[in-house]
Ligand binder design. Sequence first.
Ligand SMILES: O=C(O)CCC(=O)C(=O)O
Length: 289
Amino acid sequence: MLSEDQTNHFWEHGYVVASAAAAPEVRETLLGEFNTWREESREHDANYGFDTVDGKARFDLEEGHSAEHPKLRRVANPVDISEAYRRVLFEGTIPEMVADLIGPDVKFHHCKLNIKMPGMDTRVEYHQDHPYDPHTNDDMVAILLLLDDMSEENGCLRVVPGSHCERYSHFKDDEFTGMTTPELYDNFQARSVPVEGNAGDVCLMHTWTVHGGGPNRSNKVRRLLICDYNAADAFPLTTPAIPSPHNGRIVHGKSTRIARLTQTEVEIRTPYKDDSFFGLTGQKAAGES
Ligand SMILES: O=C(O)CCC(=O)C(=O)O
Protein backbone atom coordinates (compact mmCIF):
# COMPACT_ATOMS: atom_id res chain seq x y z
CA MET A 1 0.00 0.00 0.00
CA LEU A 2 2.63 2.58 1.07
CA SER A 3 5.87 2.58 -0.91
CA GLU A 4 9.28 2.29 0.73
CA ASP A 5 9.86 5.99 -0.01
CA GLN A 6 6.61 6.86 1.76
CA THR A 7 7.41 4.80 4.87
CA ASN A 8 10.94 6.30 4.96
CA HIS A 9 9.42 9.78 4.70
CA PHE A 10 7.10 9.02 7.62
CA TRP A 11 9.87 7.83 9.94
CA GLU A 12 12.23 10.63 8.93
CA HIS A 13 9.81 13.57 9.03
CA GLY A 14 6.98 12.31 11.26
CA TYR A 15 4.31 12.38 8.55
CA VAL A 16 3.60 11.39 4.96
CA VAL A 17 0.84 12.23 2.48
CA ALA A 18 -0.62 9.49 0.25
CA SER A 19 -3.00 10.20 -2.60
CA ALA A 20 -6.42 8.74 -3.32
CA ALA A 21 -6.98 6.77 -0.10
CA ALA A 22 -10.77 7.12 -0.35
CA ALA A 23 -12.79 6.85 -3.56
CA PRO A 24 -15.16 9.71 -4.50
CA GLU A 25 -18.27 7.57 -3.80
CA VAL A 26 -16.97 6.72 -0.30
CA ARG A 27 -16.37 10.41 0.39
CA GLU A 28 -19.84 11.27 -0.87
CA THR A 29 -21.37 8.83 1.63
CA LEU A 30 -19.33 10.25 4.52
CA LEU A 31 -20.27 13.79 3.51
CA GLY A 32 -23.93 12.79 3.20
CA GLU A 33 -23.86 11.77 6.89
CA PHE A 34 -22.12 15.04 7.73
CA ASN A 35 -24.84 17.03 5.94
CA THR A 36 -27.50 15.31 8.07
CA TRP A 37 -25.59 16.10 11.30
CA ARG A 38 -25.11 19.73 10.23
CA GLU A 39 -28.84 20.09 9.50
CA GLU A 40 -29.67 18.59 12.92
CA SER A 41 -27.27 21.03 14.60
CA ARG A 42 -29.58 23.91 13.61
CA GLU A 43 -31.97 22.73 16.35
CA HIS A 44 -29.37 23.21 19.11
CA ASP A 45 -27.87 26.24 20.79
CA ALA A 46 -25.16 24.49 22.83
CA ASN A 47 -23.00 21.36 22.50
CA TYR A 48 -25.20 18.25 22.47
CA GLY A 49 -25.33 14.48 21.94
CA PHE A 50 -24.54 12.98 25.35
CA ASP A 51 -24.95 9.33 24.28
CA THR A 52 -21.18 8.87 24.63
CA VAL A 53 -19.05 6.60 26.81
CA ASP A 54 -18.01 9.45 29.14
CA GLY A 55 -21.18 11.55 28.79
CA LYS A 56 -19.33 14.42 27.07
CA ALA A 57 -21.06 16.01 24.07
CA ARG A 58 -20.49 14.34 20.70
CA PHE A 59 -21.44 17.44 18.68
CA ASP A 60 -19.32 20.55 19.30
CA LEU A 61 -20.57 23.96 18.17
CA GLU A 62 -18.44 27.06 17.67
CA GLU A 63 -19.41 30.27 19.51
CA GLY A 64 -21.92 32.20 17.35
CA HIS A 65 -23.65 29.02 16.08
CA SER A 66 -27.31 29.55 15.13
CA ALA A 67 -30.04 27.88 13.11
CA GLU A 68 -29.33 30.33 10.26
CA HIS A 69 -25.53 29.98 10.45
CA PRO A 70 -24.69 26.51 11.78
CA LYS A 71 -21.12 26.25 13.10
CA LEU A 72 -20.67 22.57 13.87
CA ARG A 73 -16.90 22.25 14.41
CA ARG A 74 -16.46 18.64 15.51
CA VAL A 75 -18.23 15.28 15.66
CA ALA A 76 -16.53 12.96 18.19
CA ASN A 77 -16.25 9.28 17.21
CA PRO A 78 -18.55 9.26 14.16
CA VAL A 79 -17.91 5.47 14.03
CA ASP A 80 -20.20 5.16 17.08
CA ILE A 81 -23.18 6.38 15.04
CA SER A 82 -22.37 5.61 11.39
CA GLU A 83 -21.80 2.39 9.49
CA ALA A 84 -20.18 4.33 6.61
CA TYR A 85 -17.51 5.73 8.96
CA ARG A 86 -16.94 2.27 10.46
CA ARG A 87 -16.41 0.79 6.98
CA VAL A 88 -13.79 3.31 5.88
CA LEU A 89 -11.87 3.33 9.18
CA PHE A 90 -12.09 -0.35 10.19
CA GLU A 91 -11.60 -2.07 6.82
CA GLY A 92 -9.51 -1.81 3.66
CA THR A 93 -7.00 0.76 2.47
CA ILE A 94 -6.62 2.98 5.52
CA PRO A 95 -5.92 0.29 8.18
CA GLU A 96 -3.60 -1.37 5.66
CA MET A 97 -1.56 1.82 5.22
CA VAL A 98 -1.31 2.15 9.00
CA ALA A 99 -0.18 -1.50 9.24
CA ASP A 100 2.59 -0.67 6.73
CA LEU A 101 3.95 1.74 9.35
CA ILE A 102 3.28 0.13 12.75
CA GLY A 103 1.77 -3.27 11.92
CA PRO A 104 1.03 -5.99 11.33
CA ASP A 105 -1.16 -5.83 14.45
CA VAL A 106 -3.12 -2.60 14.71
CA LYS A 107 -6.01 -1.44 16.89
CA PHE A 108 -8.42 1.48 16.64
CA HIS A 109 -8.23 4.11 19.36
CA HIS A 110 -10.76 6.90 18.55
CA CYS A 111 -11.73 9.24 15.73
CA LYS A 112 -13.31 12.61 15.03
CA LEU A 113 -14.54 14.75 12.17
CA ASN A 114 -13.16 18.31 12.30
CA ILE A 115 -14.99 20.97 10.35
CA LYS A 116 -13.95 24.46 9.28
CA MET A 117 -16.76 25.95 7.20
CA PRO A 118 -16.28 29.34 5.53
CA GLY A 119 -16.98 32.07 8.10
CA MET A 120 -15.89 29.95 11.07
CA ASP A 121 -13.00 30.96 13.34
CA THR A 122 -12.01 27.53 14.66
CA ARG A 123 -8.26 27.00 14.75
CA VAL A 124 -6.04 24.23 16.11
CA GLU A 125 -3.29 25.23 18.55
CA TYR A 126 0.08 23.53 18.17
CA HIS A 127 0.13 20.23 20.03
CA GLN A 128 1.28 16.61 19.92
CA ASP A 129 -1.29 13.78 20.14
CA HIS A 130 0.57 11.47 22.52
CA PRO A 131 0.04 13.64 25.65
CA TYR A 132 -3.74 13.22 25.21
CA ASP A 133 -3.45 9.43 25.26
CA PRO A 134 -0.09 8.26 26.65
CA HIS A 135 0.75 4.61 25.93
CA THR A 136 3.46 2.09 26.82
CA ASN A 137 5.07 2.60 23.41
CA ASP A 138 4.59 5.22 20.72
CA ASP A 139 3.87 3.13 17.64
CA MET A 140 0.78 5.26 17.19
CA VAL A 141 -0.43 6.93 14.00
CA ALA A 142 -3.20 9.43 13.27
CA ILE A 143 -4.62 9.38 9.78
CA LEU A 144 -6.13 12.62 8.51
CA LEU A 145 -8.39 11.96 5.55
CA LEU A 146 -9.11 15.02 3.42
CA LEU A 147 -12.82 15.12 2.62
CA ASP A 148 -12.31 18.36 0.68
CA ASP A 149 -9.43 19.87 -1.27
CA MET A 150 -7.21 21.54 1.29
CA SER A 151 -4.82 24.47 1.11
CA GLU A 152 -3.48 27.20 3.38
CA GLU A 153 -6.43 29.32 2.28
CA ASN A 154 -9.07 27.07 3.86
CA GLY A 155 -7.12 26.27 7.03
CA CYS A 156 -5.31 23.06 6.17
CA LEU A 157 -3.38 21.10 8.78
CA ARG A 158 0.21 22.29 9.39
CA VAL A 159 2.86 19.86 10.61
CA VAL A 160 6.35 20.48 11.98
CA PRO A 161 8.69 18.06 10.17
CA GLY A 162 11.06 16.21 12.49
CA SER A 163 9.18 17.22 15.65
CA HIS A 164 8.20 13.59 16.33
CA CYS A 165 11.69 13.29 17.83
CA GLU A 166 10.99 16.17 20.24
CA ARG A 167 8.97 16.27 23.48
CA TYR A 168 6.99 19.24 24.80
CA SER A 169 4.96 19.71 27.95
CA HIS A 170 1.20 20.15 27.52
CA PHE A 171 0.75 21.32 31.12
CA LYS A 172 0.53 24.74 32.78
CA ASP A 173 0.38 25.10 36.56
CA ASP A 174 -0.14 21.33 36.92
CA GLU A 175 -3.19 21.40 34.63
CA PHE A 176 -3.35 19.67 31.24
CA THR A 177 -3.87 22.39 28.61
CA GLY A 178 -3.95 20.19 25.49
CA MET A 179 -1.36 22.36 23.74
CA THR A 180 2.28 23.36 23.93
CA THR A 181 3.14 26.70 25.50
CA PRO A 182 2.15 29.56 23.14
CA GLU A 183 5.69 30.94 23.52
CA LEU A 184 6.77 28.22 21.08
CA TYR A 185 4.19 28.99 18.38
CA ASP A 186 6.36 31.39 16.34
CA ASN A 187 9.08 28.76 16.22
CA PHE A 188 6.61 26.03 15.17
CA GLN A 189 4.95 28.28 12.61
CA ALA A 190 8.32 29.07 11.02
CA ARG A 191 9.30 25.38 10.87
CA SER A 192 5.88 24.05 9.81
CA VAL A 193 4.70 23.02 6.36
CA PRO A 194 1.09 23.07 5.11
CA VAL A 195 -0.47 19.70 4.31
CA GLU A 196 -2.17 20.63 1.05
CA GLY A 197 -3.90 18.03 -1.08
CA ASN A 198 -6.96 16.85 -2.92
CA ALA A 199 -10.12 15.41 -1.46
CA GLY A 200 -9.48 11.70 -0.87
CA ASP A 201 -5.79 12.12 -0.01
CA VAL A 202 -4.63 11.09 3.45
CA CYS A 203 -1.91 12.34 5.77
CA LEU A 204 -0.44 9.75 8.15
CA MET A 205 1.10 11.45 11.16
CA HIS A 206 3.22 10.17 14.07
CA THR A 207 1.76 10.58 17.56
CA TRP A 208 4.57 12.96 18.62
CA THR A 209 4.48 15.19 15.51
CA VAL A 210 3.70 18.79 16.45
CA HIS A 211 0.75 20.07 14.40
CA GLY A 212 -1.86 22.82 14.31
CA GLY A 213 -3.65 25.05 11.82
CA GLY A 214 -5.33 28.41 11.35
CA PRO A 215 -8.97 29.28 10.59
CA ASN A 216 -10.66 28.96 7.21
CA ARG A 217 -10.50 32.41 5.62
CA SER A 218 -11.83 31.29 2.24
CA ASN A 219 -15.22 30.45 0.77
CA LYS A 220 -14.23 26.77 0.50
CA VAL A 221 -15.42 24.11 2.94
CA ARG A 222 -12.74 22.18 4.88
CA ARG A 223 -13.73 18.84 6.45
CA LEU A 224 -11.10 16.47 7.85
CA LEU A 225 -11.70 12.95 9.20
CA ILE A 226 -9.08 12.05 11.82
CA CYS A 227 -8.53 8.57 13.24
CA ASP A 228 -5.95 7.40 15.77
CA TYR A 229 -4.57 3.85 15.54
CA ASN A 230 -2.06 2.10 17.78
CA ALA A 231 0.13 -0.97 17.55
CA ALA A 232 -1.71 -3.80 19.31
CA ASP A 233 1.07 -3.99 21.91
CA ALA A 234 0.81 -0.29 22.85
CA PHE A 235 -1.28 -0.26 26.01
CA PRO A 236 -2.91 2.89 27.41
CA LEU A 237 -1.62 4.62 30.55
CA THR A 238 -4.85 6.67 30.90
CA THR A 239 -8.48 6.21 29.94
CA PRO A 240 -9.05 7.55 26.39
CA ALA A 241 -9.56 11.30 26.08
CA ILE A 242 -12.39 10.62 23.61
CA PRO A 243 -13.65 7.13 24.46
CA SER A 244 -15.57 4.95 22.02
CA PRO A 245 -17.13 1.50 22.50
CA HIS A 246 -14.84 0.49 19.61
CA ASN A 247 -11.66 1.53 21.46
CA GLY A 248 -9.10 -1.30 21.24
CA ARG A 249 -10.85 -3.02 18.31
CA ILE A 250 -8.35 -4.87 16.11
CA VAL A 251 -8.51 -3.51 12.55
CA HIS A 252 -5.46 -5.38 11.18
CA GLY A 253 -3.70 -8.55 12.35
CA LYS A 254 -4.38 -9.88 15.83
CA SER A 255 -4.54 -8.82 19.46
CA THR A 256 -1.95 -9.48 22.14
CA ARG A 257 -1.84 -9.45 25.94
CA ILE A 258 1.87 -8.55 25.93
CA ALA A 259 2.53 -4.82 26.35
CA ARG A 260 5.74 -3.46 24.82
CA LEU A 261 7.29 -0.75 27.01
CA THR A 262 9.52 1.83 25.34
CA GLN A 263 8.43 5.13 26.86
CA THR A 264 10.72 6.18 29.68
CA GLU A 265 9.08 9.41 30.88
CA VAL A 266 5.66 10.72 29.86
CA GLU A 267 3.33 13.26 31.41
CA ILE A 268 0.11 11.64 32.57
CA ARG A 269 -2.87 13.70 31.45
CA THR A 270 -5.06 15.03 34.24
CA PRO A 271 -8.83 14.77 33.64
CA TYR A 272 -10.41 17.85 32.08
CA LYS A 273 -14.04 18.88 32.36
CA ASP A 274 -14.45 20.53 28.98
CA ASP A 275 -16.33 18.37 26.49
CA SER A 276 -14.58 20.16 23.65
CA PHE A 277 -11.02 19.87 22.35
CA PHE A 278 -11.37 23.46 21.18
CA GLY A 279 -12.76 24.58 24.55
CA LEU A 280 -9.80 22.99 26.32
CA THR A 281 -7.46 25.12 24.21
CA GLY A 282 -9.35 28.35 24.95
CA GLN A 283 -11.99 28.66 22.20
CA LYS A 284 -15.56 29.22 23.39
CA ALA A 285 -18.45 26.96 22.40
CA ALA A 286 -21.99 28.06 21.44
CA GLY A 287 -24.01 29.28 24.40
CA GLU A 288 -20.98 30.02 26.59
CA SER A 289 -20.69 33.56 27.95
O1 LIG B 1 -8.41 19.81 12.15
C1 LIG B 1 -7.19 19.85 12.03
O2 LIG B 1 -6.63 20.48 11.12
C2 LIG B 1 -6.29 19.08 12.98
C3 LIG B 1 -7.01 18.77 14.23
C4 LIG B 1 -6.24 18.11 15.29
O3 LIG B 1 -5.05 18.08 15.32
C5 LIG B 1 -6.99 17.47 16.36
O4 LIG B 1 -8.24 17.56 16.37
O5 LIG B 1 -6.34 16.84 17.23
